[in-house]
Ligand binder design. Structure first.
Ligand SMILES: NC(=O)c1ccc[n+]([C@@H]2O[C@H](COP(=O)([O-])OP(=O)(O)OC[C@H]3O[C@@H](n4cnc5c(N)ncnc54)[C@H](OP(=O)(O)O)[C@@H]3O)[C@@H](O)[C@H]2O)c1
Length: 337
């Protein structure tokens, strides 16, 4: 049997992030945008016109459940608010759809386990949308680590931040248990990128501190993940300081810095690395659209029924550390994993 060459996508929710993903689904060589749903009448049409005016014959639904029943749709992109991700991912899987869900795919490890079981049962592929991982700059960094140039990785420092704009205050007007705050929004990137440098190590313990607002949403946080044997990752994220999306990996003989982990297609990706014996390098890499690369990768995996690059085990490990960090803040102590 030959593998189909095009995957038909539906989008669940007229979210702002569609500004990036919608054109990517339309542009991806192996995908086709066929439908979008919004619970707010008129919202889906409006963003379709604004973000992907070139898309043709896209069906509009005012009810996400009706979109899921559309048998013409094979894959669903979920850009709903974070607290809605797990339930809609499960519903989409139960309708036999492949699912690319925005980060964080769920707020608890138990929910990701349920997603994993459902995906196996319905024989569909599911991936958490950490788009930054599809930018080739991270593969370049991985290659430098693998070459042994910086020795054995011992420490990571990641920092993700931007000053919260008034128009986005709705992201922090609810408690973290309802998906509000910086951890679920940007902290998950800081932890994800910190973990990437220790691919074979499991976290042993997490310690974190945070500042919260009057709604119980975290605004700034810092913490340390203990990967055992003296290997530590320090993360910092904030809605109160200058824009930053960087990480630095230090090995026994050198280090590497990724200066813009969220590099968009308009931004030059720059990495630098150095060694103890005096080597200093700055590399300006080719620009790339990580959203497009993410969509093309996931589409190919869905078409070929292959597991995607970001596994649900990775999602569970990230979620476990996030929840340990939140518990550490709440109980003011180090949490063992
Ligand atoms: N990968 C990335 O680079 C990236 C960047 C930003 C955000 N994200 C993630 O993507 C997800 C969505 O983030 P976002 O900032 O795009 O969310 P958003 O614009 O707040 O939209 C989230 C959902 O809320 C509803 N909504 C949108 N505008 C609304 C309004 N004015 N009033 C009431 N409801 C509204 C929409 O559902 P309905 O249309 O059904 O009402 C939408 O799907 C989050 O999980 C976030 O973590 C990822």
């Amino acid at each position: 049997m030959t593998t189909p060459t095009t995957l038909r996508w539906g989008i669940l929710g007229a979210a702002r992030i569609n500004q990036q993903l919608m054109p990517a689904i339309v542009a991806a060589k192996n995908s086709e945008l066929v439908a979008i749903a919004s619970r707010r009448p008129g919202a889906a049409e409006a963003i379709l016109k604004e973000y992907a005016p070139q898309a043709e014959q896209v069906r509009i639904y005012n009810d996400p459940t009706e979109l899921l029943k559309d048998t013409n749709i094979q894959a669903i992109y979920i850009p709903l608010a974070s607290q809605d991700h797990a339930q809609w991912t499960l519903r989409a899987i139960e309708h036999g759809k492949h699912v690319l869900c925005e980060k964080p795919i769920a707020l608890s490890v138990a929910d990701i386990e349920a997603i994993e079981i459902a995906a196996k049962k319905h024989n569909v592929q599911v991936m958490e949308g950490f788009m930054y991982r599809f930018h080739p700059q991270h593969q370049r960094i991985q290659d430098i680590i693998n070459s042994g140039t910086i020795g054995e990785v011992r420490s990571v420092r990641s920092c993700f931040a931007y000053p919260m704009q008034p128009a986005r205050l709705y992201r922090i007007d609810r408690n973290m248990s309802q998906g509000g705050g910086a951890m679920w929004d940007i902290g998950c990137y800081a932890i994800h990128s910190a973990r990437f440098a220790f691919p074979n190590a499991q976290a042993h313990a997490v310690n974190a501190m945070a500042k919260h607002n009057e709604f119980g949403a975290d605004i700034s946080s810092s913490g340390t993940i203990d990967f055992g044997d003296g290997k530590y990752a320090q993360f910092n994220f904030s809605f109160e300081h200058a824009r930053r999306a960087e990480y630095e990996i230090i090995g026994t003989t050198g280090g590497i810095k990724c200066h813009n982990a969220w590099a968009k297609q308009t931004e030059e990706p720059i990495i630098s690395w150095w060694t103890d014996n005096g080597e200093q390098h700055t590399e300006s890499l080719e620009i790339a659209n990580h959203f497009l690369l993410e969509v093309e990768h996931f589409t190919e995996c869905a078409l070929k029924q292959q597991p995607p690059k970001l596994s649900l085990t990775d999602a569970k490990d990230n979620c476990a550390i996030i929840n340990a960090a939140l518990q550490s803040v709440a109980e003011n102590k180090t949490i063992k994993l």
